[in-house]
Ligand binder design. Structure first.
Ligand SMILES: [Zn+2]
Length: 284
């Protein structure tokens, strides 16, 4: 089994929204904000090559929305999904499974691409991974298609409806998905966010998605304002981070601007970061 980091680009989100009740005087020491109070974040995906299966976890923000939409997110950085796959010699048609942790736009947007047409014609949308089965769960799919007012701006139908239309959608449950990959659902950020646990080299790597966006979110009160049930996040994070410290999980950080992975340890102040760096250093 081989793992590859797939960088899909960077974007900006409001620092206050990212750190919830924690004041800027504290979070800005580790996450400096620009003049508009925006902080930079990665959209870092993971490709798993396991025998014949080529499983991509999340797909970044994609390219299909309007300029007006993207102007709120200040996309930057040289990387993009297609180029990063190309760098590891994987053609999009070879992807067998796309695993969505959840269907917020910065996690699933890359799965459907816009084909540029003449200015007077409507843009055409196509699956980026036409041979892949796209994995989510029934409860989350129903929410994404009938969102509450708070999450409505994060669930964009053009990011996922074509998958169902093309019959490339599959619902999964918690538990073992592949011999080396199992899935747990978490509910604080959004309903039934899917977190994959990957066994490799006698270690466990966990793709954290929005359960733990960055190293800055390790201390318990650092819960995003985007979370729909922050008290549930708090509980889920506490239990998960203790388990991660005990079992020495490698945490894969989708949104950390700099670091791909980290481990955590127990301290007098609670769980804190232990080591951080590139994924390959942790897998040795
Ligand atoms: Zn999210």
């Amino acid at each position: 089994m081989k793992l590859h980091v797939i960088n899909t680009g960077k974007f900006k989100l409001d620092g206050g929204a990212m750190f919830g009740v924690v004041p800027k005087t504290i979070w800005s020491k580790t996450n400096p904000a620009d003049k508009n109070n925006m902080c930079s974040w990665a959209m870092r995906c993971l490709l798993i090559e396991d025998g014949d299966n080529k499983i991509l976890i999340d797909t970044g923000i994609g390219n299909k929305q309007s300029e007006k939409f993207f102007q709120y997110f200040y996309l930057h950085g040289k990387e993009n999904l297609a180029e990063s796959l190309n760098q590891v010699n994987i053609h999009p048609d070879k992807i067998t499974h796309v695993f969505f942790t959840h269907l917020h736009f910065d996690h699933c947007g890359g799965a459907i691409k816009k084909i540029k047409t003449d200015d007077d014609e409507d843009d055409i949308l196509e699956l980026m991974f036409k041979n892949a089965i796209h994995l989510t769960n029934k409860k989350h799919w129903d929410l994404a298609n009938n969102p509450n007012k708070r999450e409505k701006a994060s669930f964009l139908k053009e990011n996922f409806q074509l998958i169902e239309f093309k019959k490339r959608l599959q619902f999964i449950n918690e538990g073992k998905l592949f011999p080396n990959i199992s899935v747990k659902f978490f509910h604080g950020h959004t309903s039934s966010q899917m977190i994959p646990f990957i066994k490799i080299n006698n270690k466990t790597l966990v793709f954290m998605a929005d359960l733990l966006p960055s190293i800055g979110h390790i201390p318990l009160p650092y819960v995003m304002s985007y979370d729909t049930q922050p008290l549930i996040t708090l509980q889920e994070k506490k239990i998960f981070l203790e388990e991660a410290a005990d079992k020495k999980y490698i945490l894969f950080l989708e949104h950390d601007y700099i670091y791909e992975c980290c481990t955590v340890k127990k301290t007098d102040k609670g769980i804190r970061v232990d080591k951080y760096g590139k994924m390959e250093e942790f897998l040795l």
